[in-house]
Design a protein around this ligand. Structure first.
Ligand SMILES: *[C@@H]1O[C@H](CO)[C@@H](O)[C@H](O)[C@H]1NC(C)=O
Ligand SMILES: *[C@@H]1O[C@H](CO)[C@@H](O)[C@H](O)[C@H]1NC(C)=O
Ligand SMILES: *[C@@H]1O[C@H](CO)[C@@H](O)[C@H](O)[C@H]1NC(C)=O
Ligand SMILES: *[C@@H]1O[C@H](CO)[C@@H](O)[C@H](O)[C@H]1NC(C)=O
Ligand SMILES: *[C@@H]1O[C@H](CO)[C@@H](O)[C@H](O)[C@H]1NC(C)=O
Length: 139
């Protein structure tokens, strides 16, 4: 059975002068960089997050792609987390984690619920695999 739930992926791109290793658990809830020198932009995002499926069944995996839009600069830092629409905590977890490019964080005490960058290397494309929860009230 397919359950039609919109998966919201929040992405946050930031300079990584202070946190090149992605140890940013303090941002699990806000998903905003803790860099006082940066302000959120209000114009359209030069980066995009796409998924290969917008619905899921319990335990199903979905490919999530983060990429720089046309003409956008490369990015260094990011934070990727799935939430229920209007949800305040993460749902599901990432699997088959590329540990060269990303670091798994255990936000909200869910192992690997969030990914951030593993280094300040410049990238224009990052792909991850997200696994739907098996115990969620959503499914
Ligand atoms: C931001 O970083 C400072 C210094 O490390 C810390 O004291 C503060 O709690 C952090 N704020 C948030 C919202 O994470
Ligand atoms: C989406 O990607 C996942 C993980 O790579 C794969 O298992 C699944 O079959 C893909 N789904 C579709 C609809 O292509
Ligand atoms: C990208 O840059 C090229 C060359 O500067 C320009 O012609 C094109 O319109 C730009 N595309 C977008 C989507 O901004
Ligand atoms: C979390 O990710 C790490 C790799 O970063 C992996 O070794 C571990 O088994 C994962 N845990 C779960 C519960 O998927
Ligand atoms: C599902 O499991 C996660 C991780 O063990 C837990 O944090 C969450 O509260 C559970 N959710 C439900 C609806 O039981």
């Amino acid at each position: 059975m397919h359950v039609y739930i919109l998966l919201v992926l929040c992405v946050c791109l930031r300079g990584v002068k202070s946190f090149p290793n992605g140890e940013v658990e303090e941002s699990c809830q806000s998903m905003t960089p803790n860099h006082s020198e940066f302000k959120s932009q209000t114009s359209s995002s030069p980066y995009k997050v796409s998924v290969n499926s917008t619905t899921f069944t319990p335990g199903q995996t979905i490919t999530v792609t983060l990429q720089a839009a046309e003409n956008a600069s490369e990015f260094q830092g990011f934070m990727l987390q799935a939430r229920e629409v209007d949800g305040k905590t993460a749902v599901g977890r990432f699997t088959s984690i590329n540990t060269v490019q990303s670091r798994a964080l255990n936000c909200f005490n869910i192992e690997n619920s969030t990914l951030s960058q593993a280094s300040a290397d410049k990238k224009s494309h990052f792909e991850a695999t997200w696994e739907a929860p098996t115990n969620s009230s959503l499914v």
